[in-house]
Design a protein around this ligand. Structure first.
Ligand code: NA7
Length: 541
């Protein structure tokens, strides 16, 4: 047994609420509901708490939201006692934080680790969820909360021979717990998304050689990461209530003061100055340079060109710089990356960039990778090929609602939900940061807390009113799906083949999944619906 987890397994047990997942979302949901007297059990596939931060242990794994904001706001005491050490926390520090939270609030005693939920079926006769674990245990619950994460179902390259390689292979999203030593190794890395951009500089410093297979280049802005000055930390701690409120009332869940102007109205000099300033601030703040950056193609062109000019400054070989420069989509419409020395890594003698857009990978063999143009031999392969984002983790559980239809079947043409929180035909099921909510377009911790608080208030409301059933109506769901699509269509996001739109998984329907309305607007919409007697839901005994 994992230290601290339950000795007794759960077979046959019944609960008010079952929560699937013990990351940021599951931990806080457990804390809230247990405090209010609900009987709760969390099931977690991993051997410990942390979710994303438990699995993504690759070298260089780091948050791209500033750590003082990428943390819970629910406990003023926790806020004061925990001290972040860097501007962007690395994975071990975030995992320690979540372990601290689990211990501090005594959460582990209600979490069953190393347990994957295989199925969840709604039983119309009892009005309860019947869940089964992969090991065959059965439990039941009145309510089921899916805290399964948006980026947890890993994706390996869909190329022939993917299992054929004889040496070690690692996926960034399932990295071993022990550090991997690349010393003296010839390493191949497939993928150039955020995980690759963070890990490649580390791998290149150790390995004999690294070959990077790039299908689509990404835009990246420096993190300018640094240890946090104690005075700054003290200032943040002293002003946390206001800072958190600023996050909640912002578009993306991190504090931004002042209203940016539009690039359309700015002169060329003003644009250059603003981009330069935002570049110096570093990270995702770059996208806040102008209000129309993700709406107006011309504004975006200017920002994209600025970012490409920085790649040319950072990469010595002009041909490599050109290959690393995205041109096929507007900047920011695939997740903007935040790097520490990524581009400079291509100035090293032991690093080679291979363009697999012009000469695709044909096969992975026992000894390496064969592209349409050449054969490469490796000792180790790293798959930085991302996730079946937003729907993958939910679709991998056999979730069946009232009509006998599974969620996977219902979502065959793309995810449909009401608020990204609930799904018609699936009573008493809640999704935390599900598709149709701001989720991955925001500071996840802010969005998670908002959903957990909303769900908690909802369950208390049902209990107080002596009700035991809530279900999104088909009409409300249809209206919400239409709104999510309309808001996305107003922006440049649908122009990119991103994981936001399911383009990274073969056969996945092309539907823009997160809600771009902003965490501020979205929070107001959710609150209004609750205040309006849960408009769009049908409530029953
Ligand atoms: P991403 O951002 O989905 O990146 C995956 C990368 O792998 C991306 O460059 C893909 O190219 C590439 N890829 C995927 N499949 C293949 C195949 N079959 N062949 C070649 N290359 C492939 O995942 P990350 O883990 O880096 O980051 C996920 C999020 O975590 C990130 O956005 C942050 O929010 C944190 P493509 O672009 O699809 O052409």
């Amino acid at each position: 047994m994992t230290p601290g987890s339950r000795d007794a397994r759960s077979d046959g047990a019944s609960f008010d609420v079952v929560i699937v997942g013990a990351g940021f979302a599951g931990l806080y949901q457990l804390h809230r509901l247990r405090d209010l007297g609900f009987s709760v059990r969390v099931f977690e596939a991993g051997g410990g708490v942390g979710g994303t931060w438990y699995w993504n242990r690759y070298p260089g794994a780091r948050c791209d939201i500033e750590s003082v904001d990428y943390s819970y706001s629910f406990s003023p005491e926790l806020e004061q006692e925990w001290t972040w050490t860097e501007r962007y926390a690395a994975q071990p520090e975030i995992l320690s934080y979540l372990e601290h939270v689990a211990d501090r609030f005594d959460l582990r005693r209600d979490i069953q680790f190393d347990t994957r939920i295989a199925s969840a079926h709604f039983d119309e006769a009892t009005g309860r969820w019947a869940l089964e674990t992969e090991a065959g245990e059965s439990v039941s619950a009145t309510y089921c909360v899916m805290a399964t994460g948006c980026l947890s179902s890993t994706k390996v390259p869909e190329v022939p021979g993917v299992d054929a390689f004889a040496g070690p292979t690692f996926h960034t999203g399932r990295w071993p717990h022990e550090p991997v030593d690349f010393t003296g190794q010839r390493v191949g890395v497939i993928g150039t998304g955020s995980s690759a951009i963070q890990s490649i500089p580390h791998i290149a410093r150790q390995a004999e050689s690294v070959v990077i297979f790039q299908r689509t280049p990404n835009f990246s802005v420096p993190a300018w990461n640094h240890p946090l000055d104690p005075e700054y930390v003290a200032e943040v701690k002293a002003s946390y209530p206001e800072r958190r409120e600023l996050c909640r009332q912002s578009q993306a869940g991190f504090p931004i003061t002042g209203e940016p102007g539009t690039a359309r109205e700015a002169s060329e000099e003003e644009r250059a100055e603003q981009f330069g300033e935002k570049w110096q601030e570093g990270g995702l703040r770059f996208l806040g340079a102008f209000a129309d950056l993700l709406i107006d193609p011309e504004a975006n062109d200017a920002a994209s060109e600025f970012l490409r000019s920085k790649i040319r400054e950072r990469v010595e070989d002009p041909e490599v710089a050109a290959l690393l420069s995205p041109s096929a989509y507007p900047c920011g419409t695939k997740r903007l990356c935040v790097d520490i020395g990524y581009y400079e890594t291509f100035n090293r003698d032991n690093v080679t960039l291979v363009d697999i857009r012009s000469a695709p990978i044909e096969e992975i063999t026992k000894t390496g990778v064969v592209t349409a143009a050449a054969t490469y031999e490796f000792d180790t392969l790293v798959f930085a090929t991302g996730f079946d984002a937003m729907t993958g983790a939910l679709s991998s559980i056999d979730i069946v609602g009232t009509g006998g239809r599974s969620l996977k079947e219902k979502w065959q043409e793309g995810p449909r939900s009401y608020l990204g929180l609930a799904v018609a035909e699936f009573p008493n099921l809640f999704l935390i940061t599900g598709p149709g909510s701001p989720s991955v377009l925001s500071n996840m911790v802010v969005s998670i807390e908002q959903h957990v608080d909303w769900i908690t208030d909802c369950l208390v409301h049902l209990r107080t009113a002596d009700l035991g059933r809530i279900e999104a109506t088909e009409e409300a769901e249809e209206e919400w799906v239409t709104l999510v699509a309309a808001v996305a269509d107003f922006t440049l996001f649908p122009r990119a083949n991103s994981w936001y739109i399911g383009a990274n998984v073969e056969g996945k329907p092309r539907v823009f999944m997160p809600y771009i309305g902003g965490v501020n607007t979205y929070r107001a919409q959710c609150d209004e619906i609750a205040a309006n007697d849960y408009a769009g839901f049908s409530l029953g005994a």
